[in-house]
Design a protein around this ligand. Structure first.
Ligand SMILES: [Zn+2]
Ligand SMILES: [Zn+2]
Length: 364
Protein backbone atom coordinates (compact mmCIF):
# COMPACT_ATOMS: atom_id res chain seq x y z
CA UNK A 1 0.00 0.00 0.00
CA UNK A 2 1.19 3.49 -0.88
CA UNK A 3 0.06 6.73 0.73
CA UNK A 4 -1.42 9.34 -1.61
CA UNK A 5 -3.45 12.53 -1.23
CA UNK A 6 -7.13 12.38 -2.11
CA UNK A 7 -10.27 14.50 -1.77
CA UNK A 8 -12.56 12.35 0.37
CA UNK A 9 -16.33 12.67 0.81
CA UNK A 10 -17.01 11.90 4.49
CA UNK A 11 -20.62 13.14 4.63
CA UNK A 12 -23.05 13.89 1.78
CA UNK A 13 -23.49 17.58 0.91
CA UNK A 14 -20.44 18.59 2.94
CA UNK A 15 -17.06 19.80 1.70
CA UNK A 16 -14.62 17.17 0.48
CA UNK A 17 -11.68 16.64 2.84
CA UNK A 18 -8.11 16.49 1.50
CA UNK A 19 -6.46 13.64 3.37
CA UNK A 20 -3.86 10.89 3.08
CA UNK A 21 -5.32 7.60 1.87
CA UNK A 22 -3.86 4.20 1.00
CA UNK A 23 -3.85 2.66 -2.47
CA UNK A 24 -3.02 -0.97 -3.29
CA UNK A 25 -0.64 -1.96 -6.08
CA UNK A 26 -2.31 -3.01 -9.37
CA UNK A 27 -3.58 -6.61 -9.51
CA UNK A 28 -3.99 -8.83 -12.55
CA UNK A 29 -5.35 -6.83 -15.48
CA UNK A 30 -4.89 -3.55 -13.62
CA UNK A 31 -2.65 -0.53 -13.96
CA UNK A 32 -1.64 2.30 -11.65
CA UNK A 33 -1.98 5.72 -13.26
CA UNK A 34 -0.38 8.77 -11.66
CA UNK A 35 -2.74 11.57 -12.56
CA UNK A 36 -1.89 14.92 -14.12
CA UNK A 37 -5.47 16.14 -14.46
CA UNK A 38 -9.02 15.32 -13.43
CA UNK A 39 -12.06 17.29 -14.56
CA UNK A 40 -15.12 17.87 -12.40
CA UNK A 41 -18.32 16.39 -13.83
CA UNK A 42 -21.87 17.00 -12.64
CA UNK A 43 -22.07 13.29 -11.80
CA UNK A 44 -19.37 13.79 -9.15
CA UNK A 45 -21.44 16.59 -7.65
CA UNK A 46 -24.64 14.54 -7.74
CA UNK A 47 -22.91 11.64 -6.00
CA UNK A 48 -21.41 13.95 -3.37
CA UNK A 49 -24.87 15.36 -2.67
CA UNK A 50 -26.13 11.86 -1.84
CA UNK A 51 -28.77 11.90 -4.60
CA UNK A 52 -27.62 8.54 -5.97
CA UNK A 53 -26.73 6.90 -2.65
CA UNK A 54 -23.48 4.95 -2.37
CA UNK A 55 -21.04 4.13 0.42
CA UNK A 56 -19.07 6.63 2.50
CA UNK A 57 -16.33 7.57 2.87
CA UNK A 58 -15.76 7.76 -0.88
CA UNK A 59 -13.40 9.23 -3.45
CA UNK A 60 -15.20 10.58 -6.55
CA UNK A 61 -13.63 11.80 -9.79
CA UNK A 62 -13.80 9.94 -13.09
CA UNK A 63 -12.62 12.23 -15.88
CA UNK A 64 -8.85 11.86 -15.69
CA UNK A 65 -5.56 11.65 -17.56
CA UNK A 66 -2.05 10.75 -16.48
CA UNK A 67 0.88 8.37 -16.94
CA UNK A 68 1.03 4.66 -16.17
CA UNK A 69 3.45 4.18 -13.27
CA UNK A 70 2.94 0.47 -12.50
CA UNK A 71 1.15 -2.51 -14.07
CA UNK A 72 -0.09 -5.90 -12.95
CA UNK A 73 0.00 -8.97 -15.22
CA UNK A 74 -2.14 -9.30 -18.34
CA UNK A 75 -2.60 -5.65 -19.26
CA UNK A 76 -2.19 -6.06 -23.00
CA UNK A 77 0.10 -3.57 -24.72
CA UNK A 78 0.10 -1.07 -21.87
CA UNK A 79 3.42 -0.30 -20.19
CA UNK A 80 4.89 2.01 -17.59
CA UNK A 81 5.34 5.50 -19.05
CA UNK A 82 2.33 5.41 -21.38
CA UNK A 83 0.17 8.55 -21.27
CA UNK A 84 -3.49 7.56 -20.96
CA UNK A 85 -7.00 8.78 -20.26
CA UNK A 86 -8.86 6.99 -17.46
CA UNK A 87 -12.61 6.38 -17.81
CA UNK A 88 -15.23 4.94 -15.45
CA UNK A 89 -16.18 2.21 -17.97
CA UNK A 90 -14.86 -0.87 -16.18
CA UNK A 91 -16.17 -3.39 -18.71
CA UNK A 92 -15.48 -7.11 -18.25
CA UNK A 93 -15.28 -7.76 -21.98
CA UNK A 94 -17.15 -11.05 -21.87
CA UNK A 95 -20.71 -10.56 -20.54
CA UNK A 96 -23.60 -10.43 -23.07
CA UNK A 97 -23.58 -6.60 -23.12
CA UNK A 98 -19.83 -6.35 -23.62
CA UNK A 99 -19.85 -9.12 -26.21
CA UNK A 100 -22.71 -7.36 -27.97
CA UNK A 101 -20.65 -4.19 -28.34
CA UNK A 102 -22.12 -2.25 -25.42
CA UNK A 103 -19.43 -2.10 -22.72
CA UNK A 104 -21.05 0.96 -21.12
CA UNK A 105 -23.80 -1.33 -19.79
CA UNK A 106 -21.48 -4.18 -18.73
CA UNK A 107 -23.36 -6.70 -16.59
CA UNK A 108 -20.48 -7.86 -14.39
CA UNK A 109 -20.60 -6.14 -11.00
CA UNK A 110 -17.49 -4.53 -9.58
CA UNK A 111 -17.12 -4.12 -5.81
CA UNK A 112 -16.08 -0.49 -5.40
CA UNK A 113 -15.92 -0.74 -1.59
CA UNK A 114 -13.34 -3.51 -1.73
CA UNK A 115 -11.33 -1.88 -4.50
CA UNK A 116 -7.76 -0.56 -4.16
CA UNK A 117 -8.50 2.31 -1.74
CA UNK A 118 -8.37 2.36 2.06
CA UNK A 119 -8.44 5.19 4.57
CA UNK A 120 -5.16 6.03 6.30
CA UNK A 121 -6.12 3.80 9.26
CA UNK A 122 -6.96 0.87 6.93
CA UNK A 123 -10.76 1.31 6.91
CA UNK A 124 -12.99 0.89 3.85
CA UNK A 125 -12.93 3.67 1.26
CA UNK A 126 -15.17 3.53 -1.78
CA UNK A 127 -13.50 3.86 -5.18
CA UNK A 128 -16.52 5.62 -6.61
CA UNK A 129 -17.43 4.88 -10.23
CA UNK A 130 -14.57 2.33 -10.30
CA UNK A 131 -12.24 5.32 -10.61
CA UNK A 132 -11.65 7.45 -7.50
CA UNK A 133 -9.77 10.05 -9.51
CA UNK A 134 -9.95 12.96 -7.06
CA UNK A 135 -6.61 11.53 -5.94
CA UNK A 136 -2.97 11.64 -6.99
CA UNK A 137 -3.15 8.06 -8.31
CA UNK A 138 -5.75 5.53 -9.42
CA UNK A 139 -5.58 1.76 -9.80
CA UNK A 140 -7.99 0.69 -12.54
CA UNK A 141 -8.60 -2.06 -15.08
CA UNK A 142 -6.60 -1.75 -18.30
CA UNK A 143 -9.97 -1.93 -20.09
CA UNK A 144 -10.83 1.51 -18.64
CA UNK A 145 -7.90 3.34 -20.19
CA UNK A 146 -6.87 4.47 -23.67
CA UNK A 147 -3.44 5.63 -24.79
CA UNK A 148 -3.11 9.22 -25.91
CA UNK A 149 -0.34 11.02 -27.83
CA UNK A 150 2.69 12.13 -25.76
CA UNK A 151 2.11 15.66 -27.02
CA UNK A 152 -1.53 15.94 -25.96
CA UNK A 153 -1.99 18.18 -22.88
CA UNK A 154 -3.44 16.10 -20.02
CA UNK A 155 -6.00 18.70 -18.95
CA UNK A 156 -7.46 18.67 -22.44
CA UNK A 157 -7.23 14.88 -22.71
CA UNK A 158 -9.03 14.34 -19.41
CA UNK A 159 -12.22 15.76 -20.93
CA UNK A 160 -12.35 12.80 -23.32
CA UNK A 161 -13.01 10.46 -20.40
CA UNK A 162 -16.62 11.49 -19.82
CA UNK A 163 -18.14 14.75 -21.05
CA UNK A 164 -16.84 14.54 -24.60
CA UNK A 165 -17.53 10.86 -25.25
CA UNK A 166 -20.94 11.14 -23.61
CA UNK A 167 -22.05 14.09 -25.74
CA UNK A 168 -20.43 13.21 -29.05
CA UNK A 169 -21.29 9.54 -28.56
CA UNK A 170 -24.96 10.35 -27.90
CA UNK A 171 -25.18 12.09 -31.27
CA UNK A 172 -23.15 9.57 -33.23
CA UNK A 173 -23.74 6.23 -31.49
CA UNK A 174 -27.10 6.62 -29.72
CA UNK A 175 -29.04 8.93 -32.07
CA UNK A 176 -27.13 7.57 -35.09
CA UNK A 177 -27.59 10.90 -36.83
CA UNK A 178 -27.36 11.01 -40.59
CA UNK A 179 -26.24 14.07 -42.59
CA UNK A 180 -29.16 16.42 -43.13
CA UNK A 181 -31.13 15.54 -40.01
CA UNK A 182 -32.40 18.17 -37.60
CA UNK A 183 -31.39 18.07 -33.94
CA UNK A 184 -32.45 19.77 -30.72
CA UNK A 185 -29.96 19.70 -27.84
CA UNK A 186 -31.46 20.50 -24.44
CA UNK A 187 -28.75 21.93 -22.18
CA UNK A 188 -25.56 23.64 -23.35
CA UNK A 189 -23.29 22.61 -20.47
CA UNK A 190 -20.27 20.29 -20.56
CA UNK A 191 -22.15 17.38 -22.15
CA UNK A 192 -24.55 19.51 -24.22
CA UNK A 193 -21.77 21.38 -25.99
CA UNK A 194 -20.28 18.04 -26.96
CA UNK A 195 -23.64 16.73 -28.16
CA UNK A 196 -23.76 19.84 -30.35
CA UNK A 197 -20.25 19.09 -31.63
CA UNK A 198 -21.29 15.50 -32.30
CA UNK A 199 -24.36 16.62 -34.25
CA UNK A 200 -22.21 18.93 -36.34
CA UNK A 201 -19.68 16.14 -37.00
CA UNK A 202 -22.55 13.88 -38.06
CA UNK A 203 -23.61 16.47 -40.63
CA UNK A 204 -26.79 17.71 -38.98
CA UNK A 205 -28.68 20.28 -41.02
CA UNK A 206 -29.90 22.46 -38.15
CA UNK A 207 -28.84 22.22 -34.52
CA UNK A 208 -31.09 24.02 -32.03
CA UNK A 209 -29.62 24.57 -28.55
CA UNK A 210 -32.08 25.04 -25.67
CA UNK A 211 -30.84 26.54 -22.40
CA UNK A 212 -31.77 28.98 -19.66
CA UNK A 213 -29.54 31.95 -20.56
CA UNK A 214 -28.60 33.90 -23.69
CA UNK A 215 -24.96 33.56 -22.61
CA UNK A 216 -25.13 29.75 -22.82
CA UNK A 217 -26.88 29.93 -26.19
CA UNK A 218 -24.07 32.12 -27.53
CA UNK A 219 -21.48 29.60 -26.32
CA UNK A 220 -23.54 26.83 -27.95
CA UNK A 221 -23.23 28.62 -31.29
CA UNK A 222 -19.44 28.65 -30.94
CA UNK A 223 -19.63 24.84 -30.73
CA UNK A 224 -21.87 24.44 -33.77
CA UNK A 225 -25.46 25.26 -32.79
CA UNK A 226 -27.23 27.00 -35.66
CA UNK A 227 -30.08 28.33 -33.51
CA UNK A 228 -30.74 29.02 -29.83
CA UNK A 229 -34.00 28.85 -27.89
CA UNK A 230 -34.49 30.06 -24.32
CA UNK A 231 -35.91 27.27 -22.16
CA UNK A 232 -37.79 29.89 -20.14
CA UNK A 233 -40.11 30.69 -23.07
CA UNK A 234 -43.72 29.57 -22.85
CA UNK A 235 -43.81 26.35 -24.94
CA UNK A 236 -40.19 26.69 -26.07
CA UNK A 237 -40.63 23.84 -28.58
CA UNK A 238 -42.68 26.21 -30.74
CA UNK A 239 -39.61 28.42 -31.20
CA UNK A 240 -37.61 25.31 -32.09
CA UNK A 241 -40.22 24.25 -34.67
CA UNK A 242 -39.91 27.71 -36.21
CA UNK A 243 -36.11 27.33 -36.42
CA UNK A 244 -36.59 23.92 -38.03
CA UNK A 245 -38.84 25.22 -40.79
CA UNK A 246 -42.09 24.20 -39.14
CA UNK A 247 -41.36 20.58 -38.33
CA UNK A 248 -40.02 18.80 -35.28
CA UNK A 249 -36.55 17.38 -34.79
CA UNK A 250 -35.28 13.99 -35.92
CA UNK A 251 -33.50 13.72 -32.59
CA UNK A 252 -33.68 15.51 -29.25
CA UNK A 253 -30.64 15.04 -27.05
CA UNK A 254 -31.49 15.65 -23.37
CA UNK A 255 -28.17 16.49 -21.75
CA UNK A 256 -29.39 17.78 -18.38
CA UNK A 257 -30.91 15.93 -15.44
CA UNK A 258 -33.76 18.41 -14.84
CA UNK A 259 -37.19 16.78 -14.92
CA UNK A 260 -38.90 19.65 -16.82
CA UNK A 261 -36.39 19.03 -19.62
CA UNK A 262 -37.38 15.35 -19.65
CA UNK A 263 -41.09 16.12 -19.57
CA UNK A 264 -40.83 18.55 -22.47
CA UNK A 265 -38.34 16.70 -24.66
CA UNK A 266 -40.84 14.64 -26.73
CA UNK A 267 -42.65 17.89 -27.64
CA UNK A 268 -39.66 18.89 -29.80
CA UNK A 269 -39.81 15.70 -31.88
CA UNK A 270 -41.00 15.40 -35.44
CA UNK A 271 -42.61 12.27 -36.86
CA UNK A 272 -40.33 9.29 -36.40
CA UNK A 273 -38.03 11.27 -34.13
CA UNK A 274 -36.19 9.95 -31.09
CA UNK A 275 -35.46 11.55 -27.74
CA UNK A 276 -32.13 10.40 -26.27
CA UNK A 277 -31.90 10.46 -22.47
CA UNK A 278 -28.33 11.42 -21.50
CA UNK A 279 -28.46 13.67 -18.43
CA UNK A 280 -28.96 11.77 -15.19
CA UNK A 281 -31.81 12.90 -12.88
CA UNK A 282 -31.72 12.06 -9.16
CA UNK A 283 -32.79 8.55 -8.17
CA UNK A 284 -36.56 8.36 -7.73
CA UNK A 285 -37.35 11.35 -9.97
CA UNK A 286 -40.16 10.56 -12.44
CA UNK A 287 -41.07 12.00 -15.83
CA UNK A 288 -44.36 11.87 -17.75
CA UNK A 289 -45.22 11.87 -21.45
CA UNK A 290 -48.20 11.10 -23.63
CA UNK A 291 -47.79 7.56 -25.00
CA UNK A 292 -50.49 7.94 -27.65
CA UNK A 293 -48.53 10.70 -29.32
CA UNK A 294 -45.33 8.68 -29.40
CA UNK A 295 -47.18 5.63 -30.72
CA UNK A 296 -49.13 7.51 -33.38
CA UNK A 297 -46.13 9.47 -34.61
CA UNK A 298 -43.67 6.59 -34.49
CA UNK A 299 -41.47 8.35 -31.96
CA UNK A 300 -39.18 6.90 -29.35
CA UNK A 301 -37.47 7.69 -26.07
CA UNK A 302 -34.24 5.83 -25.37
CA UNK A 303 -31.52 5.96 -22.73
CA UNK A 304 -27.84 6.37 -23.52
CA UNK A 305 -25.10 5.83 -20.95
CA UNK A 306 -21.69 7.39 -21.60
CA UNK A 307 -22.58 7.95 -25.26
CA UNK A 308 -22.84 4.19 -25.91
CA UNK A 309 -19.13 4.52 -26.41
CA UNK A 310 -16.55 1.82 -27.06
CA UNK A 311 -13.56 3.71 -25.71
CA UNK A 312 -10.92 1.77 -27.64
CA UNK A 313 -12.82 2.52 -30.88
CA UNK A 314 -14.08 6.04 -30.23
CA UNK A 315 -11.45 7.93 -28.20
CA UNK A 316 -8.70 7.51 -30.85
CA UNK A 317 -10.81 9.05 -33.62
CA UNK A 318 -11.88 11.89 -31.33
CA UNK A 319 -8.19 12.61 -30.62
CA UNK A 320 -7.50 12.75 -34.37
CA UNK A 321 -10.39 15.13 -34.92
CA UNK A 322 -9.08 17.32 -32.09
CA UNK A 323 -5.63 17.39 -33.67
CA UNK A 324 -7.18 18.25 -37.05
CA UNK A 325 -9.04 21.18 -35.47
CA UNK A 326 -12.46 19.55 -35.99
CA UNK A 327 -13.31 18.84 -32.34
CA UNK A 328 -13.05 21.63 -29.78
CA UNK A 329 -11.53 20.57 -26.46
CA UNK A 330 -9.37 23.48 -25.24
CA UNK A 331 -12.41 25.73 -25.43
CA UNK A 332 -14.31 23.49 -22.99
CA UNK A 333 -11.97 24.29 -20.09
CA UNK A 334 -13.12 27.30 -18.12
CA UNK A 335 -10.92 26.96 -15.04
CA UNK A 336 -7.77 25.22 -13.76
CA UNK A 337 -7.41 24.51 -10.05
CA UNK A 338 -5.18 22.63 -7.57
CA UNK A 339 -6.43 19.62 -5.57
CA UNK A 340 -6.50 21.84 -2.47
CA UNK A 341 -8.97 24.11 -4.28
CA UNK A 342 -11.35 21.30 -5.24
CA UNK A 343 -14.27 22.54 -3.13
CA UNK A 344 -14.04 25.97 -4.77
CA UNK A 345 -13.86 24.34 -8.19
CA UNK A 346 -16.95 22.27 -7.39
CA UNK A 347 -18.82 25.34 -6.16
CA UNK A 348 -17.90 27.18 -9.36
CA UNK A 349 -19.18 24.23 -11.41
CA UNK A 350 -22.47 24.25 -9.49
CA UNK A 351 -23.19 27.95 -9.61
CA UNK A 352 -21.27 29.61 -12.40
CA UNK A 353 -21.46 29.40 -16.15
CA UNK A 354 -18.41 27.11 -16.02
CA UNK A 355 -18.00 24.62 -18.84
CA UNK A 356 -15.42 22.27 -17.35
CA UNK A 357 -13.22 22.93 -14.32
CA UNK A 358 -10.06 20.84 -14.24
CA UNK A 359 -7.87 19.94 -11.26
CA UNK A 360 -4.16 19.91 -12.13
CA UNK A 361 -2.02 17.84 -9.79
CA UNK A 362 1.26 19.65 -10.45
CA UNK A 363 -0.44 22.77 -9.13
CA UNK A 364 -0.96 21.04 -5.79
ZN1 LIG B 1 -18.94 12.31 -15.87
ZN1 LIG C 1 -19.22 -6.92 -19.36
Amino acid sequence: MQTIKAAVCRAFSELLVIEDVLIAPPGTGEVEVTLDAVAICHSDITFASGAWGGHLPAVYGHEAAGIITATGDAVGDFKVGDPVVVTLIRACGSCPSCAGGQPTICETPYDTVNGPLRTADGGPLEQAMACGAFAEKVVVSHRQIVKIPETMPKDVASLLSCGVITGVGAAVNAAKLRPGQDVVVIGAGGVGLNAIQGARLAGARRIVAVDMTEEKLEIAKEFGATHGVLASLDQPWKAAFKALGGRGADAVLITVGAIPAYDQAPRYLGRGGKAIMIGMPHSGAMSTYEPVVLAALGQGVVGSKMGDVVIQRDIPWMIDLYEQGRLKLDELISGRWSLDQINEAIEDTKTGSAKRNVILFDKS
